[in-house]
Each structure stands twice: as structure tokens, then as C-alpha cells.
Ligand binder design. Structure first.
Ligand code: PEP
Length: 250
């Protein structure tokens, strides 16, 4: 039986005082939840603050990107070992904003994925199609390509230590959510694709849905058989909304 997981992606939002207020409320409101795992992925400068605020709580934390390299002359980059020093459990990799704005290729994402696994971090691998790709009928092709790049580099067994997030690009930050049936269809496709390589890994794989998940649509999405929780952008910045979404997974 897979556990539900709800992860907040703060993107490039946050200030010390706001973070504290947000996390104190989320921590208090989720303290009695037993059936859902919760986490927040925050900007690098706040990892130390978040570590202090969440230590000993049920909420894990992580980053939103990292370098594939261990260390070296890579100005502006952050190494996996650095994330570990701040207690990170998760690292989001291949978010569509990284792919689109910073031109991260499938191969670069696969290298980061491999490096995260080797470092003991749990990668949250984001996959998903643009609106043009969906309209062009190539959603499955795109998602398969993004997934296969990682499997080719790290092997299907690596997915036993990872999370996949299906995030249709057209639904991220737009207020347009994939319908539960649309999301379920792609989640089932992802699970089948992994099952073709390893049935056990596929059965245990946590596949999150991301794209305008809100308190009013979370329960319906999370009720679908292959949807194991959510990756939450905008709503993770509002304490009551994030807690309500975690509650939907509980
Ligand atoms: C995201 O940033 O991964 C995301 C899903 O954002 P939103 O919930 O705001 O659509």
C-alpha cells in the first residue's frame, strides 16, 4: 500500500518572517495527520531556517534543484552534499520551469537524478507535456521520453528510491487543473511504462500530480488509483490551503 505524499514547491518565494509564520501554522495543523507524508521544497538560502523550524516535526524538507557535480568550479551551483548538510530529504529535479527557462535537457536532468540517488537524496522527478504537445496528441511520447532518459542512465531500480511528479505544463500556475480522469490516465501510463521494466518498482512508485492543486480539488485527484499525492506550488504558500491539501491526503 503506497502512502500519500504532499510536497510544497515554494519556487522563488519566501522571506524569513513569512516562512516562519507559514511553517508554524502548517506544522501545528498537520501534527495529527498519520496517513500522509508532507514536505516543503524551499529556496536554498532558507534551508537552514526551515531545518530549525521543522526538526522533530512530521514535515520533511528539500530543495528545488541541485548540481549534478559533487564540488568544483561551478559558480552559482549547489552540490548534493550541501543539501544533505541541511537535512534535506527531497530534491525536485526537472521541474518544467527549469526545463523551459534554464534549458535543462533530459540528459542533464538524468545526470542530476543519478547524482541525487548516489547522495542519498530522494529526487522528485518532474515530467509533463506542454499544451501544444497535448493538443498534438504526444503527451505519452513526451512523458515516456523524460522518464526513459532517467531509466536509461540510472536503471529502473533507482525509481524505487525516487518520486515521480506528473505536472502538465499547461496546468502549472494557470488555475487550470487536469481533470482527475486526465491525470489518472497519464499516471497509469507512467506506472505501466515502469512496470514494463520492473513490476515491483512500478507497484511501489509514488507518483504525484502537480498543476493548480487547491483545497477544493485535492481530494478528488488524490482519490484516483494511481495518484499518490501532489506537488503543490501556489497553494503551498498559504498555510491553511497547504494544510487542507495535506488533510485531503490523510
Ligand atoms: C509547481 O510549481 O510544481 C506547481 C504545480 O505549481 P501550481 O500548484 O501553482 O500550479
Amino acid at each position: 500500500m503506497r502512502r500519500k505524499l504532499v510536497v510544497g514547491n515554494w519556487k522563488m518565494f519566501g522571506r524569513l518572517a513569512r516562512n516562519q509564520a507559514l511553517l508554524e501554522t502548517v506544522r501545528a495543523e498537520t501534527r495529527n495527520f498519520t496517513n500522509v507524508d508532507c514536505a516543503v521544497c524551499v529556496p536554498f538560502p532558507y534551508l537552514s531556517q526551515v531545518q530549525s523550524l521543522l526538526n522533530g516535526s512530521r514535515i520533511a524538507w528539500g530543495a528545488q534543484n541541485m548540481s549534478q557535480h559533487e564540488e568544483g568550479a561551478y559558480t552559482g551551483e549547489v552540490a548534493p552534499g550541501m543539501l544533505q548538510e541541511f537535512g534535506c530529504k527531497y530534491v525536485i529535479l526537472g521541474h518544467s520551469e527549469r526545463r523551459a527557462i534554464y534549458l535543462e535537457s533530459d540528459e542533464a536532468v538524468a545526470e542530476k537524478f543519478e547524482s541525487a540517488i548516489k547522495s542519498g537524496l530522494t529526487p522528485i522527478l518532474c515530467v509533463g507535456e506542454t499544451l501544444a504537445e497535448r493538443d498534438g496528441g504526444i503527451t505519452e511520447q513526451v512523458v515516456a521520453r523524460q522518464l526513459d532518459a532517467v531509466i536509461a542512465k540510472s536503471g529502473v531500480q533507482a525509481l524505487a528510491k525516487a518520486v515521480v511528479a506528473y505536472e502538465p505544463v499547461w496546468a502549472i500556475g494557470t488555475g487550470k487543473t487536469a481533470t482527475p480522469d486526465q491525470a489518472q490516465a497519464v499516471h497509469a501510463f507512467i506506472r505501466q511504462r515502469v512496470a514494463a521494466a520492473d513490476g515491483k518498482v512500478a507497484a511501489g512508485l509514488c507518483i504525484l500530480y502537480g498543476g493548480s492543486v487547491k483545497p477544493n480539488n485535492a481530494a478528488e485527484l488524490f482519490a484516483k488509483v494511481d495518484i499518490d499525492g501532489g506537488l503543490i506550488g501556489g497553494a503551498s504558500l498559504v498555510a491553511e490551503d497547504f494544510a487542507a491539501i495535506c488533510s485531503a491526503g490523510n
